[in-house]
Design a binder for this molecule. Sequence first.
Ligand SMILES: C[C@H](OP(=O)(O)OC[C@@H](O)[C@@H](O)[C@@H](O)CN1c2cc(O)ccc2Cc2c1[nH]c(=O)[nH]c2=O)C(=O)N[C@@H](CCC(=O)N[C@@H](CCC(=O)O)C(=O)O)C(=O)O
Ligand SMILES: CCCCCC(=O)CC
Length: 330
Amino acid sequence: METKVGYFASIEQYKPMDALEQSVRAEKVGFDSIWVDDHFHPWYHSDAQSGQAWAWMGATLQATKKVFVSTCITCPILRYNPGVVAQTFATLRQMYPKRVGVAVGAGEALNEVPVTGQWPSVPERQEMTIEAIEVMRKLWESKTPVTFKGKYYTLEKAFMYTKPEDEVPLYFSGMGPKGAKLAGIHGDHLMTVSADTETLKNVTIPKFEEGAKEAGKDPKKMEKAMLIWYSVDPDFEKAVEGNRFWAGCLVPAMFKYRVSDPPEVELHANAVGSEMIKKNFLCATDAEGLIHEIERFKNAGITHFCLGNSSPNVNYGIDIFKDVIPAVKD
Ligand SMILES: C[C@H](OP(=O)(O)OC[C@@H](O)[C@@H](O)[C@@H](O)CN1c2cc(O)ccc2Cc2c1[nH]c(=O)[nH]c2=O)C(=O)N[C@@H](CCC(=O)N[C@@H](CCC(=O)O)C(=O)O)C(=O)O
Ligand SMILES: CCCCCC(=O)CC
């Protein structure tokens, strides 16, 4: 499968219009895709943003010419109703044929707790995600009104009038082994996030492939996409610190407990050692360094990179990919 290089334009790290301008620049440099975080609260507090992803996607699809655009990722189970998620992405894909995707996953307390007060266990949220996908696909596929009574969601003679020519490709996020297997069973493609290469090679991707095979799909035809942050600067330590905004994601407690307060996440993020940042994110001083880092993850089985730019000089962090993209494409 060909390697794809995508740009993750964060609207919690940057103002929405700045992220849009980065995306226009990234398309000109040759990135294959644009990915956007779908958040209510951000992963950091100081100087953070939290734009609404779907509103941003509409503007970015219009401002770019041909690049594929998807969320990375949308949680379709609590603050969003899955029927409305299905409608949003069907509308965007009808307006911009072949250019729109959606990635889904079981959510984060940061986004669901502040506006719903709810935070079910991981297994329950995974079960809800699977049922949400069932609802979305019924609405996308059905030629007649749908009535459905599930454990979590109900459809009552619901019909989607605005449909794209073909179905919206659905990336399913799996971070743990069970999540990865569910991604293989229920997703069109895998989405995962910064992990060490051993875990990707020995757990995440095999579990995803196992799930896909069980569901009668050919995993070779399915993308293995991963969100990973990078920071490039001639001063290596400056590059490492550039990734600090996302260090809260490296603290497992952020996923296990009901943490929804960005100042609290920031405290944890600031306590993460620079060695952890170097190990889990891409830190480089030049194009060669980035190529080396991307190759490491290609060898672990990643086929589609969603690269979050945390470089101190953001435009330099985009333009350097003129040299990186041709080198990492097969
Ligand atoms: C927590 C793990 O669950 P999993 O289903 O594998 O992954 C969850 C993630 O997909 C979501 O949190 C996702 O919403 C996060 N996310 C995101 C993910 C991604 O891959 C790329 C980009 C993004 C950006 C983004 C996200 N979310 C948003 O809302 N918005 C965004 O923009 C996990 O570890 N699962 C394990 C099982 C864990 C478990 O059940 N633990 C139990 C205890 C188990 C025991 O005692 O043995 C517990 O914690 O209670 C697994 O194997 O699946
Ligand atoms: C371990 C990181 C999970 C995803 C974090 C996130 O929401 C990034 C936008």
